[in-house]
Ligand binder design. Sequence first.
Ligand code: ADP
Ligand code: MG
Length: 734
Amino acid sequence: MTATRLPAGFSGVDPPAVWPPTRGRPRPEALERALDSLPGVGVSLRGKLAKLGLRTIRDLLEYRPFRYEPAAPVRRIADLVPDEEVIVVGEVLDISERRRGRLKILKAKIGDDSAQISATWFNQPWLMTQLRPGTRVRLRGKADRYGFGVRSHDLGDAIATADFAPVYPATEDVPQKRIRDLAGAALEHARDLPDPLPAELKVREGLPLRADALHALHRPRTEAEAEEGRRRLALDELLVLQLGIARRVREREGTLAPALGEPGELIARYRAALPFELTPDQESAIRELDVDLARTVPMQRLLQGDVGSGKTVVALYALLRAVEAGRQGALMAPTETLAEQHFLTVEELCRDLGVPVVLLTSALPAKQHATARAQIASGEVQIAVGTHALIQREVDFADLAVAVVDEQHRFGVEQRQALTEGGPRAGVSASRAKPATLLSGIASDALGVEQRRALTESRSPHVLHMTATPIPRTLALTVYGDLAVTEIANPPASRKPIVTSWVTEERSSAAYQRLQRVLREGRQAYVVCPLIEESETSSARAAEQEAERLRRAELRDFRVGCLHGKLRPADRRELMARFKVRELDVLVATTVIEVGVDVPNATVMIVQEADRFGLAQLHQLRGRVGRGAEQSFCLLVSRAKGELTDAARERLEAMVRTTDGFELAEVDLEIRGGGQLLGTRQAGLSDLKFAKLRADRPLLERARAAARELGDLAGPLADEVDAMFAATDPATLA
Ligand code: ADP
Ligand code: MG
């Protein structure tokens, strides 16, 4: 680690004045190397790092500390006072190890020229070989009545004990110290990361070089320096985002969508068939759609509305507008369960209207999959409901006019993009050829003259994106800057707000008594078991066991089904259908029911170990009840309050306090900080790593201005845009 800048304060030595050491040109390819190319990283550590999202040198370079240690004074041992966080520099005089139960305690006698003190480490037995007598050490920690409690130490350069030492997200598997060391090693490659900003812009905005910003991020000498580095990196990130959005808008400007005219007879029958009146918000959303659909500019609209606000009715309206015009509609959902659920809903309504609907997911047996594809390609089927299977290369629509993407923040941007490139004759003239284009399978030499002419102009369907995750306005501008936004602010008036309560485990029997009463009245319920992070298999097993237990105990008088991600799709569909027609009273489920499940007679939800869920997820889950006119209840069960983290307590309190998704989103933002708002699992884009959505509003404005100025994309900036907008791995979407 010769290249690292020594933080000030180590033995009074000032940092070297010259950085960087002279070296050859940047080698960006070095950044893509796997982490086991670093010294000391083997296969096992490589796997553990991957769990933190760290796979390449670049990942490490861009791994942002979530805070920095405060500055601590260097003290002579003789001058130590209890409970002051300080740095001690000295020599190991003696070392010994003891066990107390499972605890391994390492004690070292440390001396400087003023005195000696006994320093203690817990559960780090390997230090025994490193801290040999005679070794010089630098310790950060506090003196107490047992001696010196070590929080971190360094044997060479001051890294972990430095003032403003970075604190990274770490795990038990990969301790903080390890990440600090690796980040330090990665910094040797800071110069290999291209600096995409034009020099002129950097000068004008007074921005540090990117390599310097990375150094400041990982090895700051002051908090201000760290913040300056972060802001430079955040500006890059926001600029790239804005450039990508601008590019999408430009690409769309060159494409045409079919104009669908006025709503007609089929729509009139649809309205008549609905068992309720549309709400004013639904009506105005529909009016906006009608305006969009009448034009040849492809619609790109985001329909935002809290869970249960009634978006599906609007989505189906849009699909039927396509059908009415003799064309096709597609509804794409992020998970199998949601797609199947949508299919049940859509099919039921469409059956009465005489509109054929097909389900297409990758879980279908090959034969059924092929049949569905053939029906879509021939135009025999006018509405297709499915997962991302809909945008695979081999799926050709005869004439797709409207595509609806539900919970679209869960899809990768490229997948959204693929859908928009999916007009009847698209895929060829789209400005960038992408592998996963809807309808891109048409071989051009198999086309007639007419069709070939059509290929010269690019066609897109109208696209409606739907989301129930309330997206704060700044984020909407940031990430969805290219979409027009429609909001369904008020749910149907017949709705009573869900009553939410929070009980601890020892009092959960009361919750089940309440549940039994409601079930006896003929209502239905969900019991949600936590998703076990490690594997869907263990979650499924846990849910099965819990269902079994409930069948024998609290719910012995009732019919209990169990829904989880490991069921075969056909079984899952059957289970949902049975629950819908009330052949089952209770569905014990994992979080697979998080979105889309719609059974108005289900009025109670019990969430077990609710403290383990995120706020957005709890809100989504709760949205499965309260979908009819009956009063609904949500019971959150957690461990004893004293055992919970502050954040968990705040989440549960917020859930009890309000059912307003926007308010919850704001609370979430406060608890978690903006950058992670979308959560890795939910992010359509790779998460913003450096930008803070609230604090960086002015930065966002600067990025927008810079993006406008830069306009055309070339060189490293274009590569960065490509990288940021790269497709999310479909496997991570489920
Ligand atoms: P979401 O916005 O979460 O997708 P849904 O479209 O699934 O919401 O609607 C939730 C429930 O409300 C469904 O059972 C639906 O039938 C019902 N619903 C939708 N619109 C109305 C309305 N205008 N009046 C009464 N109930 C409605
Ligand atoms: Mg929905």
